[in-house]
Design a protein around this ligand. Structure first.
Ligand code: GLA
Length: 640
């Protein structure tokens, strides 16, 4: 927080001025300065998600109509087909497993007819089931809800698969039972993964029909998918904090994975990375092309909000149904390639007992899986962006890259792919390996790539880096964390495709922008989607962020950090100055002069030899100014 000198403030008598100063100082002390260097990586690293989780979930295939045979059948095929060896290891039970919460002790009971192995001992237990999965070399996942009741209880048309009994017995969600349930799931039952849904905090307001009819108790909604301003963000975060504490207690070995499922609501696209291993960025996917686009878009421009340990989750794969079934292999391949490039969790959502071989081959493409599981953890960034064609580039740990050229529409395209888009030298050969056909081609400077309707061409790339002695930070989103992104009033992101294949049909006034995150930090773009530019000079590489922001950067042995800093030309605020600072492990290493709109960029650079965590702070003269985009042009880590 900065102290403002407000010329319009009434003049104070000297004594009063002292008191005011003292009060202001006390306020500064009370509210910690979010821009002060923390000296540590603040995104989530607990649990086990160094790379995005891979596995299978029951939801897309079966909804709540689940049973042990269906789940274990899919698990068996994962093993037999070799998918387990390719990395698919989480077998996740989604909604529909709970029968009731036993009274008065509150212990959860599993549906005995659907999970016969749960009835063997005294109390209902998933232990025989998880033992089986573990013996197969797999891991086991379970589902619960932040509220008292789950999503199917709120939205299912009939109650065949829903919990039974009294109102209290049907409260199978975590609310009021966090410690008890987490201990049951992880210590007693041996699960390794939990998906925590949010319907209990969304759908059970006092005026909802199911509450009014007496079926469920009311719980004041704090999540509103349509409107971030109607969501109570701290209340949702507090619940996840409580769940995290319980997870630590029940998993002394740290082998767990926490999946946040609040569908991009409550600005979670900005903070999910601090509370769990994967975090849903949108409402549910459906097996419709247009809906896949919505989910893809919800994660696409959040490249800096995903890192090893904290991934964006655009929802499970829908390969095997509708627009992604065996009759639509082009679409199915696109869906898979795009999820891989986004570092999305690869959770198969099909009944694997009957999945056709060509679809098995898609999800089993080891070269594409390797991109998703690359240890550097860099989500792909947009190198070319239009509504119908996009080019995404992903920097790999090996120094190679991957690129996809994605045709979103129905017109065949001939795309230009340039060395510049790949941040490679124009005068040296670039080799592309097609990750479906394995065919290799080479080009210098630029080439043409044919992309059929809805096709995604995907290649591994080798070439000579344009920046010889290091990497641009925008090539390393997995190592850059916008700890404070400068957004103070979250607004809906208009760049996400609004599909009519949504959840309310086409009644009403249509799909409106609803996922907050507009104005967040970006790689190679301003926060509002424009080209980075300072005083007329454009930057093909750099980080765009709002003033009053702090970026954490993990340093992997580089010796220098440097950037050309300034207020971006796209800023409407032409009055306020911004000071740029570089910190290394909490110590100030370099400071710019205050920069205003229109002033040429200053070069800011610091020796970071031996430094583990670099922090890049842009502090505005105004305490709060969300309209002030700044650019860290050509920000890079250099070896000398
Ligand atoms: C929500 C989630 C889905 C699924 C269902 C279960 O809609 O977003 O992924 O878990 O609930 O009811």
């Amino acid at each position: 927080m900065t102290l403002m000198h407000d010329k319009t403030a009434p003049r104070l008598r000297p004594g009063a001025a002292l008191v005011a100063l003292w009060l202001a100082a006390a306020a500064v002390q009370a509210a910690p300065d979010a821009l002060a260097p923390g000296g540590r990586w603040s995104a989530y690293t607990a649990g086990r998600a160094a790379t995005p989780p891979m596995g299978w979930s029951s939801w897309n295939a079966f909804g709540t109509d689940i049973d042990e045979a269906k789940i274990l059948g899919s698990a068996q095929r994962i093993v037999d087909s070799g998918l387990a060896a390719s990395g698919y290891r989480y077998i996740n039970i989604d909604d529909g497993w709970a029968l009731r919460r036993q009274q008065p002790d509150g212990r959860l009971v599993i549906r005995p007819d659907r999970f016969p192995s749960s009835t063997g001992g005294g109390a209902s237990s998933f232990r025989p089931f998880t033992d089986k999965l573990h013996a197969m070399g797999l891991k086991a996942g379970i589902y619960s809800d932040l509220g008292r009741n789950t999503c199917s209880q709120a939205y299912s048309g009939d109650d065949t698969d829903l919990p039974k009994g009294s109102v209290l017995e049907r409260e199978v969600g975590l609310y009021g039972h966090v410690d008890q349930d987490i201990a049951l799931f992880f210590s007693d039952w041996g699960f390794d993964f939990i998906k925590v849904d949010g319907c209990g905090l969304r759908a059970y307001g006092a005026d909802s029909p199911k509450v009014r009819s007496g079926q469920y108790r009311a719980l004041a909604p704090v999540l509103d998918l349509q409107s971030v301003s109607r969501s109570n963000i701290p209340a949702v975060q507090a619940e996840f904090t409580e769940i995290n504490r319980a997870l630590q207690r029940s998993n002394p070995d740290g082998d767990y994975l926490l999946s946040l499922c609040v569908w991009g609501a409550a600005d979670v696209r900005a903070w999910g990375k601090n509370y769990g291993n994967i975090s849903r960025t949108s409402d549910d996917i459906t097996p419709a092309w247009a809906r896949m686009l919505t989910n893809f878009d919800s994660a696409l421009r959040r490249e800096l909000y995903a890192h090893p340990g904290s991934w964006n989750d655009p929802d499970m794969l829908y390969i095997g149904k509708g627009d992604f079934d065996a009759g639509h292999l082009v679409e199915a391949r696109s869906h898979f390639a795009l999820w891989a490039m986004l570092n999305a969790p690869l959770m198969i959502g099909a009944d694997l007992r009957t999945m056709a071989q060509p679809l098995m081959d898609i999800v089993g493409n080891d070269d594409i899986i390797a991109l998703n599981q690359d240890p550097a953890g860099n989500q792909a960034t947009l190198a070319y962006d239009a509504d119908d064609l996009q080019i995404l580039v992903k920097q790999l740990a090996s120094g190679q890259k991957a690129v996809v050229i994605f045709n979103r529409g129905l017109t065949p395209m001939e795309a230009d792919l340039t060395a510049e888009q790949l941040k490679l030298r124009k005068d040296a050969p670039v080799t592309l390996t097609d990750l479906w056909s394995k065919e290799k081609t080479s080009f210098t400077n630029e080439t043409k790539v044919r992309v059929a309707p809805r096709e995604t061409r995907i290649f591994r790339v080798e070439g000579t880096r344009a920046l010889a002695q290091g990497l641009y930070l925008s090539e390393l989103p997995g190592s850059v964390n916008p700890a404070v992104d400068g957004v103070v009033r979250p607004q809906a992101d208009p760049s996400i495709f609004r599909s009519s294949a949504g959840w309310s049909g086409t009644k009403g006034a249509g799909e409106r922008p609803m996922y907050a995150g507009w104005g967040g930090a970006r790689a190679d773009s301003t926060p509002y989607g424009q080209t980075l530019r300072i005083a007329g000079k454009t930057y093909g590489a750099g980080i765009g962020v709002l003033a009053n922001s702090r970026l954490e950067v993990r340093n992997q042995g580089y010796r220098r950090v440097s950037a050309e800093v300034g207020v971006d030309d796209s800023a409407q605020d032409r009055a306020h100055g911004v000071t740029f600072m570089i910190y290394g492990d909490g110590k100030l290493l370099a400071t710019s002069k205050p920069q205003r709109w229109g002033q040429a960029a200053q070069t800011l650079s610091a020796d970071v030899t031996g430094v583990k965590l670099i922090e890049l702070v842009a502090r505005g003269a105004a305490a709060v100014n969300e309209q002030l985009p700044v650019s860290w042009g050509e920000a890079a880590l250099l070896s000398r």
